[in-house]
Design a protein around this ligand. Structure first.
Ligand SMILES: NC(=O)c1ccc[n+]([C@@H]2O[C@H](COP(=O)([O-])OP(=O)(O)OC[C@H]3O[C@@H](n4cnc5c(N)ncnc54)[C@H](OP(=O)(O)O)[C@@H]3O)[C@@H](O)[C@H]2O)c1
Length: 359
């Protein structure tokens, strides 16, 4: 497989640090440019993350002495050093929109973890196991941007990364409604226990914008491509509540759902255990061998025990049982900065490489 030179925009942040650690030994991707804000620019990566390295493994040695560029001012230089960039930044919303479009227009594809372009019908939001066919809208987007190579592809919000894959293999049974309550880790806010002491011994019942994303983004993932753009699905109807809990990594969800053709518990579990998609069929390097794992134990999945399943790229499901108001209820878990953010971004980039969109 061809080797690709990649950049990390937002390399000092929680998601950026994850990108750095998972790209360290990647078989196809080599990090050749790092960028963040003007505050970090001019430092080496080691200096820029000093005192705020939040990963369990050390700073990758191949990156620790690389210079950190200013993502805006040094754009031309960054673009000359890479084949595409991963982007996860915390800036004003309109600045992120402009930054990502500017990279794309300079013929540098952007694999984004930011929310700004998620609603655009010609910007694919891909979970490689679920909707790899949405990549085709890149051609429409390139026409709009006036590019030959540049485009933006986005990763969905981390909150839905457990329950959307779990509901997906059941859609043809006519899933009518879904209720999902999420219990989300503090790394999802770019925080650690040191930088978010108010979460210790506490639950915070509000995460700005999260419930809207949890309800709306699945409809795009389950949408169909028509006339070169994604037309959102109209069902199932989803309602959610998102809570911040005192957990470092891993978003849990308690899910209730109903369907038109009621399937047995065994049939649902069989569908989960047998489910695979293009990520597995194409043997993408970051793909979990088994995407959905069903635990028979009553007290699983547990965040601490199961978030790192298959390198943090699998989804853990358990406690499927009938409900008094919906047909069934279950719990599910995914690692928010691995499958839910950087790992999911890397897997999407692997898919787009295989499909030829990054050449
Ligand atoms: N954490 C998660 O689990 C998660 C999951 C999915 C999506 N996301 C999304 O990913 C993005 C980043 O999240 P995060 O948790 O990694 O945030 P974070 O830890 O606060 O990191 C923010 C990054 O943005 C950079 N930045 C800030 N201002 C900038 C500017 N003017 N120009 C260039 N870079 C700038 C920072 O660089 P400096 O260090 O130089 O300031 C830092 O590298 C957000 O859009 C978030 O919604 C996060």
């Amino acid at each position: 497989m061809k080797q690709y030179r990649v950049g990390i925009i937002g390399c000092t942040g929680m998601v950026g640090q994850r990108f750095a650690t998972i790209l360290e030994n990647h078989p196809w991707f080599r990090v050749t440019a790092l960028a963040a804000s003007a505050n970090s620019a001019g430092k080496t990566y080691r200096e820029a993350v000093e005192g705020r390295w939040a990963m369990k493994s050390p700073i990758p040695s191949s990156m620790s002495e690389l210079p950190v560029y200013d993502a805006k001012k040094d754009m031309d230089q960054i673009v000359s050093l890479v084949d595409f960039v991963f982007c996860a930044v915390n800036m004003k919303s309109e600045e992120i929109t402009a930054l990502e479009e500017a990279y794309a227009k300079k013929e540098c594809p952007v694999i984004s973890n930011n929310k700004q372009h998620r609603g655009d019908p010609d910007v694919p939001m891909i979970v490689p196991e679920l909707n790899a066919d949405h990549a085709q809208v890149i051609e429409t987007q390139r026409k709009r941007l006036g590019t030959k190579k540049g485009f933006i592809a986005v990763k969905s919000n981390c909150s839905l990364q457990s329950y959307v894959p779990a509901i997906h293999p059941l859609l043809d049974l006519g899933v009518t409604k879904v209720l999902a309550c999420t219990y989300q880790a503090i790394s999802g806010a770019g925080k650690t226990f040191e930088t978010m002491p108010e979460i210790v011994d506490n639950v915070i019942p509000y995460i700005g914008g999260e419930e809207e994303k949890s309800e709306q983004e699945p409809m795009k993932i389950w949408g169909k491509v028509e006339n070169g753009v994604i037309v959102n699905a109209q069902k199932p109807s989803i309602t959610s509540q998102c809570l911040r809990v005192p957990v470092s990594d891993g978003h849990m969800a308690a899910v209730f759902f109903s369907m038109e053709q009621k399937a047995s518990k065994e049939e649902i579990i069989r569908r989960w255990n047998e489910f695979k998609g293009p990520a597995q069929e194409l043997e993408l390097p970051s793909a979990p061998k088994q995407f959905l794992h069903y635990f028979e134990e009553e007290n699983r999945p547990q965040t601490k025990l199961d978030r790192n399943l298959e390198g943090g790229m699998a989804v853990s499901i358990g406690r499927l049982r009938p409900d008094t108001q919906y047909d069934y209820k279950f719990v599910c878990l995914s690692h928010n900065t691995l499958r839910g953010a950087a790992g999911g971004g890397v897997l999407m980039a692997e898919l787009l490489c295989k499909l030829g969109y990054l050449d």
